[in-house]
Each structure stands twice: as structure tokens, then as C-alpha cells.
Design a protein around this ligand. Structure first.
Ligand code: HMG
Ligand code: MG
Length: 321
């Protein structure tokens, strides 16, 4: 029986590293993105063009995406919070277009992600603005990016629980997601930013959002603070979501989401999907999927660079074998 294809958006280089305290050399970030490409990942979030005063760890994204060896068939995306962020990316793309590497090398990035949230409190903490103001500022950014031929993805953070105001009204998630879709986002990623959501809540939230948005346009972005992320991934898939955001080695966290831990580990998602009715789409480098053994190695490699062990459960078990 034909399996149901699903996508993994590998967010390790961005969500995974943005909250790290120590300085991570550009070379390490470049190597991480290159390794992920060679493991079969076809969707990689490579960094952010955000204010270095707000998120110091993402400074240098322009240099990273210019320098890294890029593979055909891989989409390299970056987070953009405002007009200035888009301009940062466009200047990198302009320099590249002035002297492109070769026909087979794709440009440094072909995708931006814009982001807002389902509560004003979180949007204020993360973007220094309200939800409505953030949407008003992001609409022209999305339009300009689309005009430049970039793909635009949207995030709605705190789709279940807000670290500042608690339980979130799922109607608000639906409304904000709809706004992002109307701006031309090809997909809206719904984030359990704090990682406190349960499968039951994920189901309830998706039921609400699906009232107005086609489920094919939704992605699930689960942090794993309470250990529910893999279960939440499966709940989302059972509801028809076909893209899952995950992070190699279970890295990750948002500086404005106190107490939250990393994203669901890509290794854990890949392992849990074995023998299922789903199949993860990857490039030829992962033989059409994403290679779990390679991802395990990368999870350990980057974690050791950060001075610790991989926290992916599957990654640990596979290494111990
Ligand atoms: P602000 O302080 O109101 O902005 O912050 P501002 O316009 O007053 O600018 C402040 C300074 O930053 C100025 O520099 C700007 O030039 C500079 P100064 O004049 O003082 O020297 N600046 C920039 N520099 C580089 N790139 C830019 C940029 N914009 C301004 N794009 C702002 C507003 C949006 C800039 C700020 O709040 C910000 O950067 N926020 C981003 C926070 C962030 O990256 N959070 C993590 C990502 S979201 C996340 O993790 C959740 C997600 O994973 C999903 C989930 O889990 O739910 C996606
Ligand atoms: Mg996140």
C-alpha cells in the first residue's frame, strides 16, 4: 500500500541554535547545514535576519548562507521579523546574483519565514509589538518577498499555551493563521512554543484551525518540554498535517519562551515513523528520505560541539547499540 508522504522542516540551525549562550563559530554552523543536506534533508531553516540585540546567536546568518555549500533540491529558509530583515536577506541575494557560483548551485536562500503569535503578550516579548501591528508590518514584507520570487512561510507561536497568559484561545490561532495565509504564505506552522501541549490539546486546536484553513497548508512545530512532542507529531499527522518541524539532536528553544526546552528531535520523529503508514520525503542524499543514522551522528556531533550529549532519545539509543 502506498505510504503517505510527509515533509520534515529541519529547524536545528535556527531554532536549535538561537538560544545557545556560548558563541558558536560560523564554521560550525556552516558544517551543520551542509551535513543536514547530505543526510537527505530538503527543507532546512538556516538562520534568522533578526536584531542581534534581541538574538545575538543568529548574527552572521548572511555570511553562513553565502558560504555554505548548497545542494540543488534543498530549500534553505531564513526567519525574517520585519522589513529590515528582508532587506538583509535581499542584499545577500543581490551580491550572490552579481556573481553566481555555477548553474547547479542554488542561491543562498529561497524562502523566508515570517512569524507572529496567538497572544499579544508573547508577540510583545518576541517582536516588541502587538499581534495586529505585527500582521500589519509583515504583510508588505511578505508581498515584497513574493515579488522577488521567494517562498514565504508563516509561524503562529504559542498555539496552545502562552508562557505569559496560559491557555490560548484556539479561535485566535485560527484568525492569525488565516491572516498569514492571506498574505501568501504557502504554509503556516503552528507552534507549541513552550512544549506543554498534550495530544488532546493539539487535536482540539487543529479542529478549530481546520474550520477555516486547509489542513494541507498547516505544519506542526512542537517543543518537547513535557515529553509530549512525538505524540503531538502523530496527533497532527492523524489530523492531516503533512509537515513537521523538528530539530536534529533535539536542540532548540526560544529566548522569549522561558522554561521551554528544545524542539522534538528529528531522530525521534524518524524513528517513531518507522513501520508507519507515513514516509518522510528527502533528497537523493538520503536515498529519497532522511537518513536516521546520519541524523543520529549529526545530533551527537553538534551536541558535542555545544559541550554536551545528544538529548534525542532515539539518537542516544542508536549510539548505545
Ligand atoms: P525593536 O527593538 O522594537 O526594533 O525590536 P527597532 O526597530 O527599534 O530596532 C532595534 C535595533 O535592532 C536597531 O538597531 C535596528 O536597526 C536593529 P540600533 O539602531 O539600535 O543599532 N534591527 C535589526 N537588525 C538586524 N536585523 C533586523 C533588525 N530589525 C531591527 N531584522 C525586532 C523589534 C522585531 C527587531 C526584534 O523584536 C527582533 O529581532 N525580534 C526577533 C526575536 C526572535 O528572533 N525570536 C526567536 C524566533 S521566533 C521563535 O523561536 C518561535 C518559532 O520557533 C515557533 C515557535 O516555537 O513557536 C518560530
Ligand atoms: Mg520554536
Amino acid at each position: 500500500e502506498a505510504k503517505i508522504p510527509i515533509n520534515i522542516m529541519e529547524v536545528g540551525p535556527r531554532d536549535g541554535l538561537q538560544n545557545e549562550k556560548g558563541v558558536i563559530p560560523v564554521d560550525v554552523k556552516v558544517e551543520l547545514i551542509e551535513k543536514l543536506g547530505l543526510a537527505g534533508c530538503q527543507l532546512i531553516e538556516a538562520g534568522s535576519f533578526v536584531s542581534p540585540k534581541w538574538v545575538p546567536q543568529m548574527a552572521g546568518t548572511g555570511e553562513i548562507i553565502s558560504r555554505m555549500h548548497r545542494l540543488p533540491d534543498v530549500h534553505y529558509g531564513v526567519l525574517v521579523p520585519n522589513q529590515k530583515g528582508l532587506e538583509g536577506l535581499l542584499s545577500v541575494l543581490n551580491s550572490y546574483n552579481a556573481s553566481p557560483d555555477s548553474d547547479s548551485t542554488p542561491p543562498p536562500s529561497d524562502e523566508i519565514s515570517i512569524f507572529t503569535a496567538a497572544t499579544d503578550a508573547f508577540t510583545r516579548a518576541n517582536l516588541n509589538t502587538s499581534i495586529n501591528e505585527s500582521l500589519a508590518k509583515l504583510a508588505p514584507v511578505a508581498k515584497q518577498a513574493l515579488d522577488k520570487g521567494l517562498r514565504v512561510r508563516g509561524y503562529v507561536s504559542v498555539a496552545i499555551v502562552c508562557p505569559y497568559t496560559g491557555q490560548v484561545d484556539y479561535k485566535k490561532v485560527r484568525e492569525v493563521a488565516k491572516e498569514l495565509l492571506n498574505m501568501g504564505c504557502y504554509e503556516i506552522s503552528l507552534g507549541d512554543t513552550v512544549g506543554r501541549g498534550t495530544p488532546t490539546q493539539v487535536a482540539e486546536m487543529l479542529e478549530e484551525v481546520k474550520k477555516e484553513l486547509p489542513v494541507e497548508r498547516l505544519a506542526g512545530h512542537f517543543h518537547d518540554t513535557f515529553g509530549t512532542a512525538v505524540a503531538n507529531v502523530f496527533t497532527a499527522l492523524e489530523h492531516g498535517v503533512r509537515t513537521i518541524d523538528s530539530s536534529v539532536g533535539g536542540l532548540g528553544g526560544c529566548p522569549y519562551s522561558p522554561g521551554a526546552t528544545g524542539n522534538v528531535a528529528t531522530e525521534d520523529v524518524l524513528y517513531a515513523l518507522k513501520n508507519s503508514k507515513y514516509t518522510v520525503i528527502g533528497t537523493e542524499y538520503g536515498k529519497g528520505t532522511i537518513d536516521l543514522d546520519k541524523m543520529t551522528e549529526i545530533g551527537w556531533w553538534i551536541s558535542e560541539k555545544l559541550g554536551r550529549e545528544s538529548i534525542s532519545r532515539a539518537g542516544r539509543a542508536l549510539r548505545a547499540k
